[in-house]
Write a protein that binds this ligand. Structure first.
Ligand code: GDP
Ligand code: IMO
Ligand code: MG
Length: 423
C-alpha cells in the first residue's frame, strides 16, 4: 500500500491542519514527519476551533492512528499542554497516539538558546517562533541530542544534565540579556516527561513498514512550508528541517518508491510570518484587506502574517521540488470582493525576466512581474459544490492549473471542515 503526503507549498499556514482533518476518513494512519511545536495547525468543526502543534491532525477521528515520526522534535511541556486541551474529547491516547523512539526532545535550554541566538542577531533575526527548534535540530545533527527512546534508559538524566550544562555555557556566550530560572523550567519539563512516558513509544519505521504490508493507508502530514525548507527555502530565513517531500522519507523511514500522491497545499494569495524576503508582499490596502478578512495571525505566536499576491514563480518551484501530483487551493473566500487580482508570473531579476526561483530573492534583486485577472464578488463561504463557483474563480483556477501543470482537486472556502469543495 502506498503512502500519500500532504505538505505546504508556501511559507507555512496554508491550511494543512484543516485539510488533513478533511482527508483523514480515507486513511488508517496520519503521521507527522518533521518540525515541532513551531507549527500551529488549525481545525474547525461543530463550531469549535482547535490548534494542534505536535499532535497530528487526524486525532479527532476515532479509530485513526496518529503517529509522531522520528523527524519531529517534541517539547514535552507543549505536548502535555496539547494533551490537556484534548482531555474533554475522551481520546484513547495510549492506543491512538504513537511516538517514535527516534524523535528528538526539545529541552528548556534549547528554548533559551533560541531566544539568546535571536537576541544576538538584532535586526537580522530570523523571526523564530522561539520554540527551540533550531538548537534542537543542531543537537540532532551534531549527535548530541536526547531522543524519546532515551527516556526508557536509566541514565538519561545524566545525559540531560551534561547537555543542559553545556547549553548554559552557550547561553552565557551569547551575552544576551535573557532572564530565566532554569530550576523552575526543569521542574516543569520533568513533570511533562512523566506524562509523555505514559504514551506508547514505538520503532515507528518498523511499524509503518508492517502497516504498509498489511495494506493500511497512510497520510504523511507536513509542517511549515516548502519556502521554509532548510535546503530549498529562503535561507537563512527558514526553519531547521526538510519540509519538502524528501523530509517525509527521512522523517518516517518511508522509501521514496512507496510515495504515491503528493498533495500540495497553497493559499489563493501568499502569507509569511517572521522575517525574510517576500517578493509579492503588499504594504497597501489590498494587503491589509487580505490580513483582515483572512484573519492572518500566527496560530502559534499570534503575530500578524505579512500578506501579498500569489507568487507563481515560487509555487512552480515548490511543485517541482516536491513532485506535487494534486493541488489544494485554500482561502479563495478571502479574495471575494477584489475587483482585480494580481498573480506574479515571472521575476525581473537584475534586469532580466526569469521564470525560476533564483538564489537571491531580496527586493533589491527581484521585482515581480504581474498578470491581472478579474476578481469575483460572490461570497464563497456557503458553497459546497464546484457548480456553484463563480466564473471568475473558475478562470483563476484554470489559469493556475495551466501554469502549474497540476490539477487543483480541492478548493477551500472557509475554515470549517464543511467549507470544502471537491472538484
Ligand atoms: P496550517 O499551519 O497550514 O495548518 O494553517 P494554520 O492553521 O496555521 O492557518 C490557516 C488559517 O486559515 C487557520 O486559521 C484556518 O482556520 C484558516 N482557514 C483554513 N482554510 C480556510 C479557508 O478556506 N478560508 C478561510 N477564510 N480560512 C481558512
Ligand atoms: P505551520 O506548520 C508559518 C517560521 C517562523 C520563522 C521561521 C523559523 O503552522 O505552517 P522556527 O521557529 O522554526 O525557528 O522559525 O519559520 N515558521 C512558520 N511560519 N507556519 C509555521 O508552521 C512555521 N513554523 C516556523 O515564523 O520565520
Ligand atoms: Mg500554522
Amino acid at each position: 500500500m502506498a503512502v500519500d503526503l500532504l505538505l505546504g507549498l508556501q511559507w507555512g499556514d496554508e491550511g494543512k491542519g484543516k485539510i488533513v482533518d478533511v482527508l483523514t476518513k480515507n486513511y488508517d494512519i496520519i503521521a507527522r514527519f518533521q518540525g515541532g511545536p513551531n507549527a500551529g495547525h488549525t481545525l474547525e468543526f461543530d463550531g469549535h476551533k482547535h490548534v494542534l502543534h505536535t499532535i497530528p491532525s487526524g486525532i479527532f477521528h476515532d479509530g485513526t492512528i496518529n503517529l509522531v515520526g522520528n523527524g519531529v522534535v517534541i517539547d514535552p511541556v507543549i505536548f502535555k499542554r496539547e494533551l490537556d486541551n484534548l482531555e474533554k474529547f475522551n481520546i484513547d491516547f495510549k492506543k491512538n497516539l504513537l511516538i517514535s523512539r527516534k524523535a528528538h526532545l526539545i529541552l528548556p535550554t534549547h528554548r533559551l538558546l533560541d531566544a539568546a541566538s535571536e537576541a544576538s542577531k538584532g535586526k537580522a533575526k530570523i523571526g523564530s517562533t522561539l520554540k527551540g527548534i533550531g538548537p534542537t535540530y543542531m543537537d540532532k545533527t551534531g549527535r548530541n541530542g536526547i531522543r524519546v527512546g532515551d527516556l526508557e534508559m536509566d541514565n538519561w538524566q545524566e545525559k540531560y544534565r551534561s547537555l543542559a550544562d553545556k547549553h548554559e555555557a552557550m547561553i552565557d556566550f551569547y551575552n544576551a540579556e535573557i532572564q530565566y530560572d532554569l530550576s523552575e523550567l526543569e521542574a516543569e519539563f520533568f513533570r511533562a516527561v512523566e506524562v509523555l512516558k505514559t504514551l506508547t513509544f514505538i520503532d515507528s519505521e518498523e511499524y509503518l513498514h508492517k502497516a504498509q504490508q498489511e495494506g493500511k493507508s497512510i497520510l504523511a502530514e507536513g509542517a511549515q512550508g516548502s519556502l521554509l525548507d532548510i535546503d530549498f527555502g529562503t535561507y537563512p530565513f527558514v526553519t531547521s528541517s526538510n519540509t519538502t517531500a524528501a523530509g517525509a522519507c527521512t522523517g518516517l523511514g518511508v522509501a521514496p518508491g512507496k510515495i504515491k500522491e503528493v498533495y500540495g497545499i497553497f493559499k489563493a494569495y501568499t502569507t509569511r510570518v517572521g522575517s525574510g524576503p517576500f517578493p509579492t508582499e503588499l504594504f497597501d490596502e489590498d494587503g491589509a484587506t487580505m490580513g483582515r478578512v483572512g484573519n492572518e495571525f500566527g496560530a502559534t505566536t499570534g503575530r500578524p502574517r505579512r500578506c501579498g499576491w500569489l507568487d507563481l514563480v515560487a509555487l512552480r518551484y515548490a511543485v517541482q521540488v516536491n513532485g506535487v501530483t494534486q493541488l489544494i487551493m485554500m482561502k479563495g473566500d478571502v479574495l471575494s470582493g477584489f475587483e482585480k487580482l494580481k498573480v506574479c508570473t515571472a521575476y525581473n531579476y537584475k534586469g532580466e525576466t526569469i521564470q525560476h526561483f533564483p538564489y537571491n530573492i531580496e527586493a533589491e534583486n527581484v521585482t515581480p512581474v504581474y498578470t491581472e485577472m478579474k476578481g469575483w464578488e460572490a461570497d464563497l463561504t456557503k458553497m459546497t459544490e464546484a457548480s456553484q463557483m463563480p466564473k471568475a474563480l473558475n478562470d483563476y483556477i484554470d489559469y493556475l492549473e495551466k501554469e502549474l501543470n497540476v490539477p487543483i482537486k480541492i478548493v477551500s472556502v472557509g475554515p470549517d471542515r464543511k467549507q470544502t469543495i471537491i472538484r
